[in-house]
Write a protein that binds this ligand. Structure first.
Ligand code: PLP
Length: 409
């Protein structure tokens, strides 16, 4: 604690005598707390609003002619620093921060498209993203086209003159279909491409450098990387980020300063984590592919995966830490038994924790997709999604092998 900080006046009956200036006693400014030194780590600005000196300053801030914050739903230093960091990582002009990945996506839909406008999405998307697009279609009159596969030509053909944007994932959740972002952006020409790069992070690909207009992430996943934050981020041109920021303020998709702070801390180790995770995941995919209790493994660098050639070109060290696999038989009951055996790998319906976890897409991420369509997509009841963490390969491998062996006994 800085010298003198413990003697600062506190709010409450003792310090709010009638003659005392209430604002000073209740909220000491940072310069009083840290007179000579700077904190080595950005502090958490856990405040809902900021004291503005006067109306002249308010006018300057409102016109964007001075740097400062007024109200945390609109902006906060922790949001601003995280936004700058994600823009730098993505090599984009500007960034934005949201309460969750779905907050980022909602902001993108609401800022870029309105009733009667047309949006094109890939069929292989996170289930809730699909649900968001369909909700806007059914209730707000958005025109929607869902494109099979990731062939650039299919997206180009789906575009009309009312198309406001096209949305794809770099590597799809949960079957890891790889999209050629550069080729899709080139095929679309002026139509903005929005890319969900949650699975890949800027360590593996920078979509704006490949021609995408906006890249977004569920920062609840790898960017934070410790399983303790709900957050979304986006990057792109300053003009587009301003539009997203306005939607965020109006609809209230703003993040919590503490979560933005946590995410910034997590991002300090992003590079190291991604390197290790990619390496372990590749080894585990090979191990799973050789186990007799496994019918099929979805991992783009394995022989037979439809995206293999593209993945080798775009992600030579592997496209992140996810590998999905189907048990040989037994439906949901077999998955349940596998989970009961694999106590060292918890069933946690998220991904990108430091711990290795498993999830069951049919009942979690894709629960909201029509069951026939879900099966048509290849998301069977036997499909398990493994999110590889930072434990040593041997530890994860022995737990997986033991649990799979038990299924056969
Ligand atoms: C690919 C992808 N995009 C978006 C989201 C939504 O992010 P959030 O859970 O932070 O709202 C998820 C969540 O799992 C996801 O996997």
């Amino acid at each position: 604690m800085p010298p003198g900080a413990d003697s600062l006046p506190v709010s409450g009956p003792a310090s709010t005598a009638a003659s005392a200036p209430i604002s000073r006693s209740a909220a000491p400014v940072a310069s009083t707390v840290v007179p000579l030194t700077q904190p080595a780590v950005v502090p958490i600005f856990q405040t809902s609003a900021f004291d503005v000196p006067d109306l002249d300053t308010l006018a300057l801030l409102a016109r964007g002619e001075a740097v400062g914050h007024i109200y945390t739903r609109d902006s906060n230093p922790n949001h601003a620093i995280l936004a700058e960091s994600i823009a730098a990582l993505e090599q984009a002009e500007s960034g934005a921060v949201f309460a969750s990945g779905m907050g980022a996506l909602s902001s993108i839909f609401l800022a870029l498209a309105g009733a009667g406008d047309h949006v094109v999405i890939a069929r292989a998307l996170y289930g809730r993203t699909r649900q968001l697009a369909e909700t806007l279609q059914q209730r707000w009159g958005l025109q929607l086209t869902v494109v099979d596969g990731v062939a650039p030509e299919n997206f180009r053909r789906a575009v009309t003159e009312r198309t406001r944007f096209v949305l794809v994932e770099t590597v799809s959740n949960p079957l890891l279909e790889v999209a050629d972002i550069g080729a899709i952006a080139a095929a679309l020409g002026k139509v903005p491409l929005v890319v969900d790069s949650t699975f890949t992070t800027p360590e593996l690909i920078r979509p704006c450098q490949c021609g995408a207009a906006i890249v977004m992430h569920s920062a609840s996943k790898y960017l934070n990387g410790h399983g303790d934050v709900m957050l979304g981020v986006a990057a792109g041109s300053a003009a587009l980020m301003q539009r997203l920021g306005e939607a965020t303020s109006v609809f209230g998709f703003n993040a919590n300063p503490f979560e933005a702070w946590l995410c910034l801390r997590g991002m300090r180790t992003l590079s190291l984590r991604m390197r290790q995770i990619c390496h372990t995941t590749r080894q585990l995919a090979e191990l799973l592919g050789g186990h007799p209790a496994v019918r099929r493994v979805h991992y783009p660098l394995l022989a037979g995966h439809p995206s293999r050639e593209l993945a080798e070109r775009l992600y030579p060290d592997g496209p992140g830490g996810i590998v999905s696999f189907e048990l040989l038989s037994g439906g949901a009951a077999a998955v349940n038994r596998f989970m009961q055996h694999s106590r060292g790998i918890p069933f946690t319906p998220t991904l990108a924790d430091v711990r290795t976890t498993i999830s069951w897409p049919a009942g979690t991420s894709h629960r909201f997709v029509d069951p026939d369509e879900r099966r048509g997509l290849g998301i069977t009841d036997e499909l398990i999604r493994l999110s590889v963490g930072l434990e040593p390969f041997d530890q994860i491998a022995s737990e997986l092998t033991r649990s799979l062996d038990l299924l056969r006994s």
